[in-house]
Design a protein. Structure first.
Length: 200
């Protein structure tokens, strides 16, 4: 059997622990910071350009999104553990099976979530006690948030699969692209969007 899996993880399993841990953890910390920055950026633009009812809608949808993302991250964590074990054993076919199974499962699950979320957004808005002036905007925002979940879920699992293989730099590079696009698109989309009859 080829030593490629062992070579790929040698930098992660050999040498001093502290420098290796820092090299792996720093991109994760930076990623969390950038995600928080993006959320703040979107909230500021929504509140200033569309009013407080839009901010309520964004905050509500964000809470739901992060709750659902926790499910995808759980799947990704399980996959990354199995990948780490398979790489440590030098079993590359097992790594491929884990990656394929994880992506197929999360894609199917996310499609179900998107369909159910679209249909149940009005009920969800009521369960969350959304103020009546912000209800219509919240339902619209929730529905489009649910429609985005298949791509977000697959992205998260792919990033966690890479981290399970000991690579935290590549996910960070893709995150920079995602964050940069988000920071640029939020002002453009909000300025060009209809007001959705939000009361300022």
């Amino acid at each position: 059997m080829s030593d490629a899996p062992h070579d790929a993880t040698a930098r992660f399993t050999q040498g001093p622990i502290s420098p290796t841990l820092l090299r792996f953890a720093l991109p994760l910390l930076a990623t969390n910071f950038l995600h928080a920055l993006t959320g703040t950026w979107g909230a500021v633009w929504a509140s200033h350009a569309l009013g407080p009812n839009a901010l309520t809608a964004v905050a509500t949808a964000t809470v739901v999104l992060w709750m659902m993302m926790g499910t995808a991250m759980g799947i990704g964590t399980a996959a990354s553990v199995a990948i780490g074990q398979s790489l440590g054993a030098g079993d590359l076919p097992a790594v491929k099976r884990v990656v394929g199974s994880a992506l197929a499962f999360v894609a199917a699950f996310a499609l179900l979530v998107a369909a159910a979320g679209w249909a149940l957004s009005p009920t969800l808005a009521d369960w969350l006690d959304t103020p009546l002036p912000a209800r219509d905007f919240t339902i619209t925002h929730l529905r489009f948030t649910f429609l985005a979940m298949p791509s977000i879920f697959c992205y998260l699992v792919m990033m966690m699969v890479m981290r399970g293989a000991g690579d935290s730099k590549t996910p960070f590079k893709f995150t920079l692209i995602w964050i940069s696009g988000t920071l640029l698109l939020i002002p453009l989309l909000i300025k060009g969007s209809p007001r959705f009859q939000c009361n300022k």
